[in-house]
Structures are given as C-alpha cells and as structure tokens.
Design a protein around this ligand. Sequence first.
Ligand SMILES: Cc1cc2nc3c(=O)[nH]c(=O)nc-3n(C[C@H](O)[C@H](O)[C@H](O)COP(=O)(O)OP(=O)(O)OC[C@H]3O[C@@H](n4cnc5c(N)ncnc54)[C@H](O)[C@@H]3O)c2cc1C
Length: 442
Amino acid sequence: MTHVIIAGGSLAGLVTAKAISPYFDSIDIFEADSKSEDLGPRKGVPQGRHVHGLLKGGANALINLFPDLPEKLEANGATSADFCRDVKWYINKRFMPRFSGSIPIYFQSRPLLEYCIREEVSALENVQIHYGTKVSDFTYDPSEERVTGVVTGGDHDTKYTHTAELVIDATGRGSLLPKWLKQKKLGEVPTENTVVNLGYASCFLKLPPDSSRDWSSLLVYPTGPTEVRGCTLVSVENDKWLLTLAGYHKDHPPADREGFLEFARKLPRPEVYEAVKDAEFLSEISLHKFPSSQYRKYFEMSDFPAGIIPVGDTNISLNPLFGQGMSVAILSATSLGDVLAQTDFADKGAYSRIATVYHRRLRQIFTTPWDLAMGQDFKYPETVGKKPFGWRIKNIFKDLILSSKSEDVIESFFKVVHLVDKEWVFYHPKRALKVLMTSNKQ
Ligand SMILES: Cc1cc2nc3c(=O)[nH]c(=O)nc-3n(C[C@H](O)[C@H](O)[C@H](O)COP(=O)(O)OP(=O)(O)OC[C@H]3O[C@@H](n4cnc5c(N)ncnc54)[C@H](O)[C@@H]3O)c2cc1C
C-alpha cells in the first residue's frame, strides 16, 4: 500500500494530488484552514481577494488534468476571452495592438478557480482532504536519510504522527521546510530574494453600462523607472468586475474609497479611472503587501533528503503583477506527475531519483517566469537583488518585440508571457531576424 501526504490544500496541493493520484494507493491532504462553505476567500490564502489571472500555459496544463474544468468554470459564471483581442494591455508605455489570436483564456476569481479544482479532487477515490489539520513537523529517518512522514497538531492540540512513502510540501511561501532543514543540519536552502516592496489594493465593482467598452480586461503595466503604478481590471463571475491597483517601492494604494479612486486617477493611463470612477463598490477594499519575489533553490542542495518534494510557492513566489504564480505551481505539479509516470517504483532508489529528476525539471520551468519578472523589476533602481545574467540586453530585445508591427511577433511574445513557450523562442535566429525587421524602433 503506497501512501502520500500532501501538506497544504491550496492550488499546488490540489493539482499535485490529481497529477500523482494514478501512481499511489492513497493520498491524504492536510489543510490548516477549515472547509469553506462558500465561494469567498479564506484565511490561509489571503491573496485570494486580489486579481488572479490564469495564464494560458497554466490553463492548458490544468485542462489536461481536469478536462471538465472549462465547463465547470463557465457553469459557475467565469468569463472567457481571446487574450489578443479582448485584453487591452498597456506595457512598455504603449497599448499592444489587438487582433484575433489563438490564446483563449478564462477569467474568474481565485476562490472560484480553487473551488472548481477542489470539487474535482474531492471526487477522487484515493484522495482524502483533511481540513483544519495543520502540519507542524516532518519526521525523518537519519539512517535512510529520508523524510518518513509528518506531525499534525501542535501547541494546543493533540499531536499525531503520520507516515508516508512521500511527503509533498505545498504549504506556500511560509513553508516550514527551510527552517526544518536547517534544524536537522541538512543545509540551508540557497534563496534569491528580489525586493520590490509592492502594495496591492483590490475590490469588486459594478461598472456602469458602456456600449463602447470593447475589452473584458484592462491591464496597465508600469514601466520603470518612471512608472510605478499599475492595475488590472477584469470581468469575473456574476457580472462583477475585480479591480486590483498596485504600486512598486512603497507607492501603495490605500483602503479607503476616495484614496483608492485617487490612486487609480494617477495611473500611467486614464482609461481605468474613466471606466471605474462612477462604479458601484460591491466589496470592501482589501490590501496586500508583497515585499519580495523569492526563489528557493532546493535543487542546489547536496543533502536534500529523499521522501519530500516541495511544490508551488514553497519553491518560488513571483512578483504577482505578472500573474505567473498559479501557472508555475500547476506546471510544477504536472511535471511531478510526468516524472512519476516514468518511474520504476520497484527500484530501491526510486524516491531519491524522483526528487533529482523533478528538481532538474523545476529549474527549466522556473527560468522563463523568473527572468521575465526580473527584467521588469530591475528597471527600478530601488529594486534590490541578484540581477539575472544578460537582463539588460534581453530588455533591449524585448523593447524591440513590443514595438513590432507584426501580429505574429506580438503573439509569440504573448505566448512566452503566458508560459506556453520558453523565453529562448525569442532568440531563435529566424525569430530574432523577424523581430529586427518588423520593429518600429529601427
Ligand atoms: C497579491 C497577490 C496576487 C497574486 N496574483 C496572481 C495572479 O494574478 N496569477 C497567478 O497565477 N498567481 C498570482 N499570485 C500567486 C498565487 O497566489 C500563488 O502562486 C499560488 O497561490 C501558489 O499556490 P500554493 O498552493 O503554492 O500556495 P498557497 O496558495 O499560498 O497555499 C498554501 C496552502 O497551505 C496551507 N497551509 C499553510 N501552512 C500549512 C501547514 N503548516 N499545514 C497545513 N496547511 C498549511 C494554507 O492554508 C494554504 O491553503 C498572487 C499572489 C499574491 C500575493
């Protein structure tokens, strides 16, 4: 009987459960939050109050795992859009051209997306979700140098030990794994932090009717160093709009309505303010602070133990402005499923090999989103962190792409941003030549 424990039942934990379910007899998910009875945000995922765009790369991987998801989302009121045509996107100080493209996407709130996935996972016969169950420790066998399970409960509750062949850590950015590894003298996780001091403020709105509105999302991406404020306005379920305002380096939107609208008025473009200035506020304004992007490189640790695998934000927590976090979590979860599909479990060293191959794949998954985010973040002199190799040259090339007259070039950029393609696609000689030939900057 093979058994897996997943700590954390949010996006990464749920998607991982589905991806690995064919390979194990039973999977227990331990989630600290109690079961939510409604579709609202929950305590363990406070960021769920803010816009959560699902990129096409993440959506593709998700739909591969959950083929009924699109119908489920639509039945719950999610809206669908053609990213190239229906999203009005200001980036690099201009609005991108809009055209019919091949990047269909869904818009919904984060709680709705999680709810639809959770319903699917709850229906799996070999998966059990235990709510209100906090993982407080991992158990370790030093003779075998492997994690053997988890401890639940703690301070005021009874403690229980649970054993498993494999433990998945999906407890997000606040994971106890880095500290635990250090305490066990298994090493310190090499971690990159890029300080952006981002502030978010979001609320649901009802927009006044406007027959000239020809978009279902309006994105304003600030370009450093001069533009520090950005926003996403998006049509979500139940005819609501969700507006997230954000500011880099401590220029943060406030939680009062007047200040919120005033912040919107001073965005780099007036369109958002014009769209929302007479809107009805349907919720309180929620705030969130995001100090830094964080990249924990478990794959660089020589003594990383067998029997435990980190997924989702535990590994990498990206500047949310670029909407990559969930997609990266989904891609890493599905990649674990792919690794398991090629594993011979009868082999004695199977579990250490799973970790080695999986970590190698993670590195490939993370490079594009991390580099894209860093390219934008380091345009601000206040950003503190390790600059990726060649970021300035890459930025110059991206400027050329973004000024291209060619829809094909623009769409290929969108596909990279959506994590459908890797960043190196830009630099293929044929593509690079086309970028140079079609750039408006020549
Ligand atoms: C303001 C903001 C906006 C964002 N916008 C976007 C966006 O537009 N698009 C996008 O793709 N991503 C976005 N993200 C990122 C996205 O939220 C994360 O990447 C994603 O939620 C990662 O999922 P996860 O399951 O790894 O972690 P989390 O969603 O953080 O979940 C961790 C789970 O573990 C549980 N837990 C924690 N500790 C324990 C424990 N000890 N025992 C048991 N359970 C535990 C928590 O209750 C929670 O359910 C945004 C993030 C922020 C902060």
